[in-house]
Design a protein around this ligand. Structure first.
Ligand SMILES: *[C@@H]1O[C@H](CO)[C@@H](O)[C@H](O)[C@H]1NC(C)=O
Ligand SMILES: *[C@@H]1O[C@H](CO)[C@@H](O)[C@H](O)[C@H]1NC(C)=O
Ligand SMILES: *[C@@H]1O[C@H](CO)[C@@H](O)[C@H](O)[C@H]1NC(C)=O
Ligand SMILES: *[C@@H]1O[C@H](CO)[C@@H](O)[C@H](O)[C@H]1NC(C)=O
Ligand SMILES: *[C@@H]1O[C@H](CO)[C@@H](O)[C@H](O)[C@H]1NC(C)=O
Ligand SMILES: *[C@@H]1O[C@H](CO)[C@@H](O)[C@H](O)[C@H]1NC(C)=O
Ligand SMILES: *[C@@H]1O[C@H](CO)[C@@H](O)[C@H](O)[C@H]1NC(C)=O
Ligand SMILES: *[C@@H]1O[C@H](CO)[C@@H](O)[C@H](O)[C@H]1NC(C)=O
Ligand SMILES: *[C@@H]1O[C@H](CO)[C@@H](O)[C@H](O)[C@H]1NC(C)=O
Ligand SMILES: *[C@@H]1O[C@H](CO)[C@@H](O)[C@H](O)[C@H]1NC(C)=O
Ligand SMILES: *[C@@H]1O[C@H](CO)[C@@H](O)[C@H](O)[C@H]1NC(C)=O
Ligand SMILES: *[C@@H]1O[C@H](CO)[C@@H](O)[C@H](O)[C@H]1NC(C)=O
Length: 754
């Protein structure tokens, strides 16, 4: 079977596949873990049992630290860290990045520090060690650079039972945090109820508390991180592929941060409310009597397979069924769609009444769009297009290219140029992949059974980035050989390959694109541009990462489309629209391991040659410790490729380039219950009479919208929209949406998992 790429999906796919818990009551309740076990045993009907946050913390921190195992894990991660493209830039970032975005991080130095502490037995428990390793990677704010140790992510996820929103009273005043349930109550319930903003959290100024907590997230931009703390409709619409109800309430990266036993909110009206924080229990606890037995069963080797899946439900209380039905529900706060991909991964909408000349393309993900030939033809008669990429953690790189090429079929066909670290492992793999490919034709075929051997070689080797024939150089020419692609070029004391680009005319494109050819190439050349650039505007909440940033580079740099950023910290001024990792390709660690092993075992011509290759750096990828010690149902990645903008003499990876949006719009309460309020504010600011920009502006951009007669269809749609809005109630806002991804294509190379 096809060896590579699909590996990335395995861990996430298993999220959907839970098995019922087999629980037995535990007698010994004297240790915290025994108490967890006893509590779980009584929750037989819950899909995901919960325990008080403090109890979970006491249990996980009672797991003893094992020095020799810790040192083995630290040795195990090192070969994979080498693949991270930007360690020298993280250590020494541009001044503007350090000032406005994030401080420097020394990955290799940090790893040494952890090793020294482990050597000195300075960790009180296994969790303290695991969490320090987790935090080293998290502190890079590179959403592609992730390793979640078992002690951090296998057993518990923490949460606060109170999702918040950050909203401006009138769209002009700086935003304040509110309890989301209060905003729902005001919107749909008691009209005389006016919620009070949160003034303090656990005794600390609320804004300060929330900005600090935001820093625990995976994004780099601080305003995007701030938005990610809160409940947001676009994020919720993604169900388990999104970061749920916000990090404050334990979604996304919030799930790995112990929030303390309670959360006290003090409101501006003087009232205080204390909430009990909790942890969801992700594994069966039968047989676990204490931290030691938890260690023996879960942290020593390959993990038991019967992990309880985290099965996000569409209700605020866990549903009793461990195997949820395979249907997906529409997203809360989204209107009736014109077109909606069944997992909410993409949707088309029209607005009503005065806005009926506007089409909206909601693209919260680039995962599995292969079915999504966007029906732009249908949008005939619509004059303007709002593209909402809020919550978009990426997906398949070439799906981002294709959406751009559907909009601009004649547009320039490359975003930034790519490069990766040039070192022994990448050189050797490139030499072997290139040599093998030179002996094979470059042919695409859909049916593997025609010739299994050839199919696998074509899919795994010939179409790979390690075959120099796959990409073009920066002049659009083919590389003559592997050394021409490999370089290396020296920068900041590290080595990188020469710059290269995707060859979108390549016959093997479907194997890199999730099954499609790109519009504008091959036999897909006869397309007309559906909208003028000035009739398109893109809006984002800053949570635009990976493939979404490649799409955005194309839209902004190539097509000149304007970008609007939403929300952000309670501070004046412009914010960035693109706040997630701008690396142009992630590599799962198991893919790296497979590349190395495959090169040794399958691409050598004799056992002697294999044995010789096994003595090089490529022989350092046999150990399974990182896979044994990663948290169940998590994805581990490095950022493999950097994007370098055309003409950037300094060759700064885009990750470190600060890029203000063209306009910033603040969230209002209405925007947290009705997504069309966002789209209307965007349309007004771009083409209407009224700018909602609190910073930046789109002045002189496009023409003013003119009132026009609605067609019969538009009147019907408008009535449907009014009806939808009238029928909304607080019950339409479950705290999580279950989107079943079984059957979806999770074969992705440009994604940041939440
Ligand atoms: C600690 O880890 C080592 C493996 O490095 C293992 O052999 C040993 O049994 C572990 N110790 C305990 C007490 O579990
Ligand atoms: C509506 O809210 C006001 C103010 O919070 C409260 O006094 C009143 O009892 C509420 N009415 C209902 C029907 O809940
Ligand atoms: C103060 O505001 C909070 C949050 O909106 C609300 O729950 C509480 O009932 C209010 N207290 C009073 C006394 O109105
Ligand atoms: C109960 O747990 C404690 C603390 O972990 C342990 O020392 C004791 O041996 C356990 N007793 C039984 C009967 O399992
Ligand atoms: C959750 O979604 C399922 C499937 O669409 C539906 O049957 C169920 O009623 C929903 N539950 C809630 C509480 O909304
Ligand atoms: C399959 O492809 C390989 C590699 O090109 C070739 O050597 C072999 O003869 C092919 N097998 C068949 C049955 O065509
Ligand atoms: C970079 O490559 C040059 C030439 O191959 C080599 O001499 C040097 O040691 C490399 N530097 C690093 C940091 O790997
Ligand atoms: C791109 O791919 C096509 C088909 O695989 C190939 O013919 C062409 O030489 C490649 N390079 C360029 C620069 O188009
Ligand atoms: C383009 O070519 C591919 C592969 O040859 C074929 O499957 C597809 O149907 C063609 N598409 C069009 C629009 O002709
Ligand atoms: C290309 O598109 C034009 C306009 O849509 C159409 O008239 C023409 O027949 C198309 N040509 C081909 C070769 O498909
Ligand atoms: C690699 O080689 C082994 C045996 O030599 C074979 O079983 C396996 O299928 C090969 N893998 C691929 C992806 O071709
Ligand atoms: C390579 O070396 C490792 C030990 O470092 C060994 O486990 C593995 O079997 C060797 N593989 C080959 C193909 O020689």
């Amino acid at each position: 079977m096809v060896l590579f790429r699909s590996l990335a999906a395995a861990s996430l796919a298993s999220i959907a596949l839970g098995s019922p818990l087999q629980l037995q009551a535990r007698q010994n309740a004297s240790s915290p873990c025994a108490q967890v076990s006893a509590s779980v045993a009584t929750q037989t009907s819950a899909a995901t049992p919960t325990v008080p946050a403090k109890l979970a913390y006491d249990c996980i921190t009672s797991v003893p630290f094992n020095k020799s195992a810790a040192l083995a894990l630290l040795d195990g991660v090192a070969p994979y860290f080498r693949w991270q493209s930007n360690t020298v830039w993280l250590k020494d970032p541009p001044e503007e990045y350090a000032e406005k975005v994030q401080p420097p991080v020394d990955i290799w130095g940090g790893l040494e520090d952890i090793r020294a502490k482990a050597e000195g037995d300075e960790f009180d428990n296994e969790f303290a060690f695991g969490f320090e390793l987790y935090t080293l990677l998290q502190s890079t704010h590179d959403g592609h650079f992730v390793f979640i140790p078992d002690s951090v992510g296998t057993v518990f996820n923490w949460a606060r039972p109170v999702p918040l929103v950050s909203v401006s009273e009138d769209g002009k005043e700086l935003p304040k945090p509110f309890v989301y349930a209060d905003v729902l109550a005001e919107s749909f319930g008691n009209s005389s109820f006016a919620p009070s903003a949160i003034a303090k959290i656990n005794g600390v100024d609320a804004l300060e508390f929330l900005e600090d907590f935001a820093q625990k997230g995976s994004l780099q931009d601080r305003d995007a991180l701030y938005n990610n703390v809160f409940y947001e409709l676009a994020v919720v619409s993604l169900g388990p592929t999104g970061s749920g109800v916000g990090t404050f309430a334990g979604s996304g990266r919030g799930r790995w941060q112990y929030p303390g036993p309670t959360t006290e909110l003090e409101f501006e009206n003087g009232t205080s409310v204390t909430y009990n924080n909790y942890a969801t229990v992700l594994i069966p606890f039968d047989g676990i009597t204490d931290g030691e037995s938890l260690y023996q069963k879960w942290f020593t080797g390959p993990q038991p397979t019967e992990t309880t899946a985290e099965t996000p439900s569409n209700s605020s209380t866990p549903t009793p069924s461990a195997t949820p039905s395979a249907t997906s529900i529409p997203a809360p706060g989204y209107p009736p769609p014109v077109y909606r991909e069944e997992h909410n991964l993409i949707g088309g909408y029209y607005l009503e009444d005065d806005y009926s000349d506007i089409a909206v393309l909601s693209v919260p993900s680039f995962v599995s769009l292969e079915s999504a030939e966007i029906p732009f033809q249908q949008a005939a008669g619509k004059k303007k297009l709002v593209i909402d990429v809020s919550a978009n953690g990426g997906g398949t790189i070439l799906q981002g290219y294709d959406l751009y090429k559907q909009l601009f079929p004649q547009g320039i066909g490359h975003a930034a140029a790519d490069r990766f670290r040039a070192f022994e492992s990448t050189d050797l793999i490139g030499q072997y992949f290139s040599a093998t490919s030179e002996k094979l034709p470059r042919v695409y075929f859909e049916d593997p059974s025609i010739n299994e051997t050839l199919y696998e070689l074509e899919y795994d080797v010939v179409s790979s980035v390690f075959n120099y024939q796959t990409d073009t150089d920066v002049n659009g020419e083919n590389f003559p050989n592997w050394p021409a692609k490999f370089g290396p070029q020296e920068q900041k004391g590290d080595n990188f390959t020469n710059l290269f680009r995707w060859n979108l005319s390549d016959v093997l494109t479907p194997w890199n694109s999730g099954g499609i050819y790109i519009h504008g190439y091959g036999n897909l050349t006869n397309y007309t541009q559906p909208f003028a650039a000035e009739d398109i505007v893109v809006v984002t909440d800053g949570y635009c990462a990976s493939t979404c940033t490649i799409f955005s580079e194309l839209m902004r740099q190539r097509a000149g489309v304007k970008y609007i950023s939403l929300g952000g910290r309670s501070k004046e001024g412009i914010t960035q629209a693109i706040g997630g990792v701008k690396g142009t390709n992630n590599f799962p660690w198991d893919y790296i391991q497979a590349l190395a092993q495959f090169t040794i075992t399958n691409l050598t011509s004799s056992t002697e040659e294999a044995a010789q290759l096994n003595t090089t750096e490529l022989g350092q990828y046999w150990d399974s410790v990182v896979f044994d010690r990663m948290a169940a149902n998590t994805a581990i990645n490095v950022n493999f490729r950097d994007g370098i903008r055309d003409g950037d003499e300094s060759q700064t990876p885009l990750q470190f380039v600060y890029e203000p949006a063209d306009c910033r719009i603040l969230y209002t309460k209405e925007m947290t219950v009705d997504v069309t309020a966002i789209w209307k504010a965007v349309a007004d600011s771009a083409w209407g009479g009224e700018s909602h920009c609190v910073a930046g502006d789109l002045g002189g951009y496009g023409k003013r919208r003119v009132k026009r007669e609605m067609s019969v269809e538009e009147r019907v749609l408008s009535r449907r929209m009014h009806q939808w809005r009238r029928d909304l109630s607080a019950q339409d806002y479950p705290l999580d949406v279950y989107t079943d991804l079984r059957g979806a294509n999770l074969d992705m190379n440009g994604i940041m998992w939440p």
